[in-house]
Design a protein around this ligand. Structure first.
Ligand code: NAP
Ligand code: MG
Length: 404
């Protein structure tokens, strides 16, 4: 069998610890035997980031702008312990944060559904993808703890020195309390909205957006208006052609509807709502190891990865020579997602077909009862067989070669 040819390289971002081990195995067993893989390789492993003073992360993001599609392995975000462990020159920022800032993107997290791992919510038949607006709001607020009497105010002073002020609260004598100020920037909300509409079109799924506009008549209402305007002006026609809808509803109504829905849509959320709801959804869908993550920029760049981290605890076991059973499904789906996107952009049907079959082989392996330890604990299948990290990938490779 001849290998599938690629036209444009994928931007490949290697990473750390157990996911770095898995990365190599996925390439060796599942990708390179079947595809004449073209990548622009960037080693975002912590050692290389330190050697290059983190320049490599910026270069990888710039390459994504050039080629359009990237696939990324999980990476360590250094804390003090990592600075000592790796003898780092600096406590570098999160690579994902750096890449997101350069690509101006939104992160979409989608669960991978498979028979035998049932969501806790019985009605969910299809994945619910969450888009979180990761900018501003409570994460960048200014807060004060105060003691009355006194007046809490918000003030905006323009370039000419004209001030607009509003009283937040009049604190009485002996009355202590707290208050805060939050902000957001219109261009960021617009980018977020565009990424959401683009992603929903890409997936051919409805888009929901929800906020608390009835209570927050200026702040949240602005988000609602921005989505509405961009939809009407830029996306309405293509949504109608694709047979999908844009739907706005109040956050509490959305939460209630989500719990009774069948799934199969993209749910855009403000920063805090997205933070909370993405954790709720990933645990209700089963396992963090079955969650993919796609960064979509409003300029049309895509970066695919697993939502989980580098699985440090398993890596230390691996280093001691002990057998591990680490789930590679989300990393495999990062590869299939990126290859499919590359195939679509370059009109290579074989590449899209390969991506479909790679996913099929992965899911069928689990459905046949062969899975990693994390899934054995939660599966509804009888007598599941727990495979090691390597054996699970080899099993998928066997099925994949039969499918091709
Ligand atoms: P983690 O790597 O996601 O792992 C947390 C725990 O979840 C694991 O110990 C394991 O539980 C379970 N788990 C996660 N992925 C799994 C998989 N594929 N297969 C089986 N079990 C899995 O989070 P962390 O330990 O908090 O973080 C480790 C490093 O990852 C940190 O340095 C952090 O900075 C980095 N991180 C990177 C990204 C990213 O690059 N996108 C995201 C998050 C975290 P058991 O131990 O119980 O088996
Ligand atoms: Mg959270």
């Amino acid at each position: 069998m001849s290998k599938i040819e690629m036209k444009t390289p994928l931007v490949e971002m290697d990473g750390d610890e157990m996911t770095r081990i898995i990365w190599q195995e996925i390439k060796d067993e599942l990708i390179c035997p079947f595809i004449d893989l073209k990548t622009e390789y960037f080693d975002l492993g912590l050692k290389k980031r330190d050697e290059t003073n983190d320049r490599i992360t910026v270069d990888a993001a710039e390459a994504t702008k050039k080629y359009g599609v990237a696939v990324k392995c999980a990476t360590i975000t250094p804390n003090q312990a990592r600075v000592s462990e790796y003898g780092l020159k600096e406590m570098y920022k999160s690579p994902n944060g750096t890449i997101r800032a350069i690509l101006d993107g939104t992160v979409f997290r989608a669960p991978i559904l498979v028979k035998g791992i049932e969501p806790n919510v019985r009605t969910w038949e299809k994945p619910i993808t969450i888009a979180r607006h990761a900018y501003g709001d409570v994460y960048k607020d200014s807060e004060m703890k105060i003691k009355g009497p006194g007046k809490a105010e918000i003030v905006f002073t323009d370039a000419e020195g004209n001030a607009q002020r509003q009283t937040v609260f009049d604190f009485k004598e002996g009355e202590s309390g707290v208050f805060k100020g939050e902000y957001n920037v219109l261009s960021s909300i617009e980018s977020f909205a565009r990424s959401c509409f683009m992603f929903a079109l890409d997936r051919k799924e409805d888009l929901w957006f929800s906020s608390k506009d009835t209570i927050s008549k200026k702040y949240d209402h602005t988000f609602k208006d921005v989505f509405e305007e961009i939809y009407e002006k830029e996306f309405k026609d293509s949504f109608e052609k694709a047979g999908i809808t844009y739907f706005y509803t109040l956050i509490d109504d959305a939460v209630a509807r989500v719990m009774k829905s069948k799934g199969g849509f993209v749910w855009a959320l403000k920063n805090y709502d997205g933070d909370v709801m993405s954790d709720m959804l990933s645990s209700a869908f089963g396992s963090l190891a079955m969650m993919t993550s796609v960064l979509v920029s409003p300029h049309g760049y895509f970066e695919y990865e697993a939502a989980h981290g580098t699985v440090q605890r398993h890596y230390y076991k691996h280093l001691k020579g002990e057998e591990t059973s680490t789930n590679s499904v989300a990393s495999i789906f990062a590869w299939s997602g990126a290859l499919r996107k590359r195939g679509e952009l370059d009109n290579i049907n074989e590449l899209c077909d390969f991506a479909d079959k790679l996913e099929k082989a992965t899911l069928e392996t689990i459905e046949s009862g062969k899975m990693t330890g994390d899934l054995v604990l939660i599966t509804s299948l009888k007598n599941p067989e727990k495979l090691s990290t390597e054996a699970f990938i080899k099993e998928i490779a066997n099925r994949l070669s039969k499918l091709l």
